[in-house]
Design a protein around this ligand. Sequence first.
Ligand SMILES: CC(C)(COP(=O)(O)OP(=O)(O)OC[C@H]1O[C@@H](n2cnc3c(N)ncnc32)[C@H](O)[C@@H]1OP(=O)(O)O)[C@@H](O)C(=O)NCCC(=O)NCCS
Length: 172
Amino acid sequence: MNHHQTPNPRHATPTGSPARGARRRNSSLTIRAATREDYPAVLALLNAAHLPHSDLTAEHLDHFLLAERDEELEGVVGLEGEGEARLLRSLAVAERAQGQGLGHQLLEAAEASAREQGADRLWLLTTTAEPFFARAGYARAERETAPKALRLLTEFTSVCPSTAACMTKLLS
Ligand SMILES: CC(C)(COP(=O)(O)OP(=O)(O)OC[C@H]1O[C@@H](n2cnc3c(N)ncnc32)[C@H](O)[C@@H]1OP(=O)(O)O)[C@@H](O)C(=O)NCCC(=O)NCCS
């Protein structure tokens, strides 16, 4: 029997979540609000994940969450916009940490944060992870049906290609 087997890490709590592998057993994961000082590290992570970031300023990080393990950045997710509908953007997990539930944890944390800020719907554009988001309850939508305020954001106007899938989810 494998005594180190852990429950599905996707259901682990953000802090102290157990995960596979000796390196990770003694380390704890923290999800926290980003600060503008995190800007260089966030850019590096987005760059490594091949996600567009040419429009990203340090001010955007006021609405970003980070996942850290042993003070190393492992994941990022951002919200943009105001009001009832927000844009979810820049979800990325460092390659070494992928496939262990962190992407879903960050997504859920961003959804909770959006709800706390009064949002009831999220929108996103993705060229790479449509099935990942579909499994989390996001549905394809016509880009033109997104609220105008979101369509004016740079992710819609310039950084994401018109071929990117537009997806949306009503937050419960
Ligand atoms: C998408 C991403 C954030 C997922 O992070 P993660 O921590 O690996 O995700 P989780 O561990 O929570 O979930 C993994 C599951 O999602 C699936 N998955 C991950 N990326 C996927 C993708 N691009 N397409 C389809 N499925 C994907 C995995 O196969 C896995 O499925 P399983 O549970 O059946 O094994 C990560 O792969 C990433 O950073 N990709 C590059 C950037 C990106 O495409 N971001 C999304 C656009 S905003």
